[in-house]
Write a protein that binds this ligand. Structure first.
Ligand code: BMA
Length: 378
């Protein structure tokens, strides 16, 4: 009897430990449920995400209900990526109207999809773009020259996020992925442009402000370094550059365009596949150790210039220890017939994408029940 009791107790402790713990103790109920579900879904397969899926495609712009993914396979993606660069304007960097983004975020939520927001933000000083490295992180921190303008920007961000709601109900849970690819040298928040401590302070200040001053408790926060600047030999240590702490991160993410046929990567396709597997194993390991979840927050091959690209992606994910078990992969946007990440009808990778969709290991909108309830999958 005593043994049975101990066994039950151990089982209970183990199941509690296996649950990811959200970084915000005040996170809303739905946000916590979604977070648990992101972990549960990962044990069944990988969700597919597409940036700007409802906004435009290779040959249409802002058509209600349209989606290149749905057009090709008959299901919307499970994850919808949006970008809030340019909050001082009516439209974001890619000319998508904010009022449309807001409506589509709500639509995606109502369909049972999951929204993730990236932030190619302008620096408030002189409205310098994300890629303008004359912009300084230190100016945004408390005591910095443009700190007050940064607060204004954060207010605009918070206003927008708060406005994404259904009727009178509370805020929609959103995966927020600020200041991405910080280990690269292309953004003003990048490695060679500020100190690690400045980067961490910016992240913490941002999240504290959104949570404490603006009462946003609907955010699942994603950290996403870039794989091209990650040394897999010293994987864990290297990954942690700029990590703001477990209280500020929920998703151990990675942007990996490198192992998926990047033009400057001279490694053979076989080596790239192996490195993709290692990269995914790395984030999975860190996430498990920290009781968080892992995701490929960005990946893809612009122009789909590689045959069977999606098949390789799936092999990369499936070849990892334990098989496909990260929460999602998100490919970038379909802006034109030259710049796209999901093949269009008639493209030679059309069948490749259809097989990716048909795989038991991938999860699209069709397979989701409702990730904001206790039963996420159909
Ligand atoms: C980049 C490119 C840019 C775009 C930006 C924000 O990766 O796609 O063209 O403006 O993302 O979406």
């Amino acid at each position: 009897m005593r043994l049975v009791f101990i066994a039950v107790l151990l089982f209970m402790v183990r199941s509690t430990l296996a649950q990811p713990v959200h970084s915000d103790p005040k996170a809303s109920r739905k946000t916590k449920i979604l977070y648990q579900n992101l972990s549960e879904i990962a044990s069944k397969g990988v969700m597919f995400g597409h940036q700007d899926d409802l906004s435009y495609g290779t040959d249409w712009w802002a058509v209600e209900g349209a989606s290149d993914v749905n057009h090709l396979v008959g299901s919307y993606p499970a994850i919808y990526g949006w970008d809030l660069g340019g909050l001082h304007m009516d439209r974001n960097l890619d000319s998508v109207a904010y009022e449309d983004i807001r409506r589509w975020i709500v639509d995606a939520y109502k369909m049972g999809g999951i929204n993730t927001i990236s932030w190619h933000t302008f620096h408030p000083q002189g409205l310098k773009s994300s890629w303008d490295k004359s912009a300084k992180v230190s100016d945004l921190l408390p005591g910095g020259e443009t700190h007050d303008q940064y607060i204004d920007l954060l207010d605009k961000l918070a206003d927008f996020i708060s406005s994404c709601k259904t009727g009178l109900s509370t805020q929609i849970p959103i995966v927020f992925r600020p200041f991405h690819e910080q280990n690269g040298d292309w953004f003003w928040w990048g490695k060679d442009n500020c100190t690690e401590q400045e980067y961490i302070s910016l992240w913490r200040f941002t999240m504290d402000y959104l949570r404490e001053q603006r009462k946003l408790h609907n955010l699942i926060v994603a950290f996403s370094p870039d794989r091209s600047r990650l040394d897999l030999v010293n994987g864990v240590g290297n990954y942690m550059y700029g990590y703001p702490g477990d209280d500020y991160v929920d998703v151990i993410g990675l942007d990996d365009y490198w192992d998926t046929g990047h033009t400057h990567n001279t490694a053979s396709p076989a080596e790239q596949l192996e490195n993709l597997q290692k990269s995914v194993e790395l984030i999975d390991k860190i996430a498990k150790e920290k009781n968080k979840i892992a995701a490929l927050t960005e990946t893809g091959k612009a122009g789909q210039e590689i045959d069977h690209w999606y098949d390789s992606l799936l092999k990369g994910l499936d070849g990892t220890e334990g098989g496909v078990n990260i929460s999602w992969v998100l490919v970038w946007r379909n802006a034109s017939r030259e710049y796209f990440y999901v093949p269009y009808k008639g493209h030679r990778n059309e069948q490749d994408f259809k097989e990716f969709y048909a795989s038991q290991k991938t999860i699209f909108q069709n397979n989701l029940n409702n990730p904001y309830t206790k039963k996420p999958l159909k």
